[in-house]
Design a protein around this ligand. Structure first.
Ligand code: FES
Length: 102
């Protein structure tokens, strides 16, 4: 069963940036992009590297370890060495509060 879970305030995430959010033993990445807020798994699918220090450019997150890139909206792996997509999660913003459906 999935449910909406409060993650953080929208103001906690700078424009064109992301934060790490840990919940029930799992780690997520929440992004503030030119197209709104999005969430994906926090760990890169290549190796055990969190994306929190990665670079957000438009709708792309670049992993800080080997510069693999993912589409933030779809989770699709865009460039080597990553070849497995990131899982994505629905996000909603209500009264300046970000909720993730997990
Ligand atoms: S750990 Fe992310 S690209 Fe290698």
């Amino acid at each position: 069963m999935t449910d909406w879970v409060y993650a953080c305030a929208a103001s906690d995430i700078d424009q064109e940036d992301l934060i790490r959010w840990d919940y029930h033993g799992k780690s997520y990445a929440i992004y503030n992009t030119e197209r709104g807020f999005f969430a994906t798994d926090g760990m890169c699918t290549h190796e055990a590297q969190h994306l929190e220090d990665g670079l957000v450019t438009g709708m792309v997150i670049e992993c800080p370890l080997h510069q693999g890139r993912f589409d933030i909206l779809t989770g699709k792996a865009l460039s080597a060495p990553v070849c497995v997509d990131l899982q994505t999660y629905p996000v909603k913003v209500e009264a300046g509060r970000i909720y993730v459906k997990i």
